[in-house]
Design a protein around this ligand. Structure first.
Ligand code: THU
Length: 161
């Protein structure tokens, strides 16, 4: 028998002014993107903004449906838009934040499906994607690769690719 201990690295900042100007701007674009969230069911408005290698920023927000499982998270809306419109660009960083009715200032944590999706994009572009997370205010967390929050991930290597 042996125990395997997994380790992740997350860097935490107290406030946006502690970030570099590029990350601060990306986070503010993610916050703006919450304004386009279509979330009449959860009222949980998630916004994402991704910085591409050509300097462009692509934003997205969660899009819900009366048939609840059809709803799409902000992260996947943003990544699909990038793949559809800017397929040649690499994603440098993605900032994710939310606005809600609750007083909840912990950083938003991408759901399992979004973590798996971000992993696919990282592997496809052969470059880590930095992830900048903030709640409705509060501290900011930066993760250098999705692998830090997706231990024991499933990927194409299992499929012999
Ligand atoms: N949501 C996201 O957009 N991103 C996440 O990382 C977590 C959850 C959305 C899905 C749904 O529209 C709402 O937040 C409540 O779960």
């Amino acid at each position: 028998m042996r125990k395997i201990i997994l380790q992740s690295t997350i860097t935490e900042y107290n406030k946006p002014s502690d970030l570099n100007i590029e990350d601060r701007h990306l986070l503010s674009e993610a916050l703006k993107a919450t304004g386009n969230s279509y979330s009449p069911y959860s009222k949980f408005k998630v916004g994402a903004a991704a910085l591409l290698s050509n300097g462009e920023i692509v934003t997205g927000s969660n899009q819900e449906n009366a048939s609840y499982p059809i709803g799409i998270c902000a992260e996947r809306v943003t990544l699909s838009a990038i793949s559809a419109v800017h397929p040649k660009q690499k994603i440098i960083s993605i900032a994710i934040t939310f606005k809600s009715n609750m007083k909840w200032a912990s950083p938003v944590s991408p759901c399992g499906i979004c973590r798996q999706t971000i992993l696919e994009y990282e592997q496809r572009q052969k470059k880590n994607i930095r992830i900048i997370l903030r709640g409705d205010g509060g501290k900011i967390q930066i993760i250098e690769t999705i692998k830090d929050i997706l231990p024991l991930y499933f990927d194409k290597s299992v499929l012999g690719k």
